[in-house]
Design a protein around this ligand. Structure first.
Ligand code: ARG
Length: 470
């Protein structure tokens, strides 16, 4: 091991590094254990760079061909799991370059002309994050599709809507699910914004100042699918705001997932009994035979903390860091990898939970009537039918609710005499508006919970979120 470290240091840093690093130095410094995940992007970046070097006359065409053939063989061997990664070679960039030179000799030693690991890693990582954005988008879209399907089944299923987690007004379950479809739609648009901003190419910024070689940054940017080269070489190697954009989008998305997971946990308690998680997404208890725990939902709820933490951690790494590159920036990757793994798992698991859960409309309907949820409808009736100012109507209905409460009955169980005793303007007409179904059907304003609006919203959501490319 010691010899390997010594040799690597001599090969990489030249004559003034004779001794090689201490084992602890290698341990703190080497990133290969995690940045090997950049291998495909590193190879792609190097191939684009080699093509550009040859086109610009900086290396010969035969050298370019040897480099590309070698890199393709390395790519295959990594894909097959046959590549031997070495910690002495620090990171993915040096591992691949060293192996290339071992394979093809001198041309391999020319690949690093007119670039630095600083622009190389910034390029690789942008490419990786761009793929992660695309994966997140596809998973979010799949989750929206499942939610929309289930919303359609339950466009008219009445459930209690809550504020303060107190029964507030009846809504439909379809409407409630569509609320999440909107949130996940905004998450997709945040990822899309992040993608648009990150899609500029750092390659060619070299160490920080650009290079004296006649490189063609447009060409490498184009080949790697970037919109353009980054305008400032110092910025190109220094900032990781593209990773922050990704993490911020991921953290917000994870928070949406967590709120939904919390509702699944609540809804699947015997006290609510609105849904039951599929057996495949719950676990039993080793002591209480009756239990069916919504573990996957609980973990989705908890894992949002991890994603938020990764955003915090990178903000803190970057804060106060002078321009341009510092090794601190190597700390950008593990958090992003972990956040992406976590988010992708949570998105996929949530979609499966929603697909497989059993929904109990009778329980929802029953709960929808508990807690005087149609009191607002009664107040609205007084306004609409009797011209009572809303504030006065609110006060009258508060007395009606108090009476029903003291009797331990529902609003619809009060007699017409009871009602008249509170206010003479209350007549038989009120019974028209006291049922939860009527309440829901009447909420026809745009974006409201009336089943006909929900069906329209479903059609619109399919068009906005699911149609077209994706
Ligand atoms: N492994 C390094 C990183 O992830 C690559 C860049 C190293 N650059 C340097 N000047 N030491 O940041």
């Amino acid at each position: 091991m010691k010899e390997e470290r010594k040799k690597a240091a001599r090969d990489l840093w030249g004559g003034h590094f004779a001794g090689g690093p201490a084992p602890l130095m290698e341990q703190i410094n080497a990133s290969i254990d995690f940045d090997k995940r950049l291998w495909a992007h590193d190879v792609a970046g190097s191939i684009a760079h080699a093509r550009m070097l040859a086109a610009a006359g900086i290396i010969a065409e035969a050298e370019r061909d040897a480099i590309i053939a070698g890199l393709e063989r390395i790519r295959d061997s990594i894909a097959q799991g046959e590549f031997a990664f070495s910690r002495a070679l620090e990171d993915i960039h040096l591992n691949i370059e060293a192996r290339l030179t071992e394979m093809i000799g001198e041309p391999g030693r020319k690949l690093h002309t007119a670039r630095s690991r600083n622009d190389q890693v910034a390029t690789d990582f942008r490419l990786w994050v761009r793929d992660a954005v695309d994966r997140a988008d596809a998973l979010l879209r799949a989750l929206q599709a499942v939610l929309i399907d289930r919303a359609e089944e339950h466009a008219a299923t009445v459930m209690p809507g809550f504020t303060h987690l107190q029964a507030a007004q009846p809504v439909t379950f379809g409407h409630h699910l569509l609320a999440y479809v909107e949130m996940f739609g905004r998450d997709r648009s945040r990822f899309a914004d992040a993608r648009r901003r990150l899609n500029e190419c750092p390659l060619g910024a070299a160490a920080l100042a650009g290079t004296g070689f006649p490189i063609d940054r447009e060409a490498t940017a184009r080949e790697l699918g970037f919109d353009r080269p980054m305008a400032n070489s110092i910025d190109a190697v220094s900032d990781r705001d593209f990773a922050l954009d990704y993490l911020a989008s991921a953290a917000i998305c994870a928070v949406h997932l967590s709120r939904f997971a919390e509702e699944l946990v609540l809804w699947s308690t015997p006290q609510f009994g609105f849904v039951r998680m599929a057996e495949a997404f719950s676990s039993g208890s080793s002591i209480m035979p009756q239990k069916r725990n919504p573990d996957a939902a609980e973990l989705v709820r908890a894992k949002s903390g991890r994603v938020i933490g990764r955003l915090d951690a990178l903000l803190i790494v970057l804060k106060g860091l002078p321009l341009a590159y510092s090794k601190d920036l190597q700390e950008d990757k593990e958090g992003v990898f972990d956040a992406a793994d976590t988010l992708e798992l949570c998105l996929a698991a949530t979609a499966e939970m929603v697909r497989g859960m059993t929904i109990f409309p009778e329980r929802m309907r029953e709960a929808a009537g508990v807690g005087y949820t149609t009191a607002t409808d009664l107040a609205d009736w007084l306004v609409r039918e009797k011209g009572v100012p809303f504030r006065d109507a609110h006060a009258i209905v508060a007395r009606v609710v108090a009476l029903a409460e003291s009797r331990g009955c529902g609003l619809e169980d009060l007699s017409i005499e009871d009602l008249r005793g509170i206010d003479p303007r209350l007549d038989e007409g009120v019974f028209e508006v006291l049922s939860v179904e009527k309440s829901v059907t009447s909420r026809k304003s745009f974006g409201g919970t009336a089943p006909e609006r929900v069906r329209e919203a479903i059609a619109a959501a399919r068009e906005r979120f699911l149609e077209g490319a994706g």
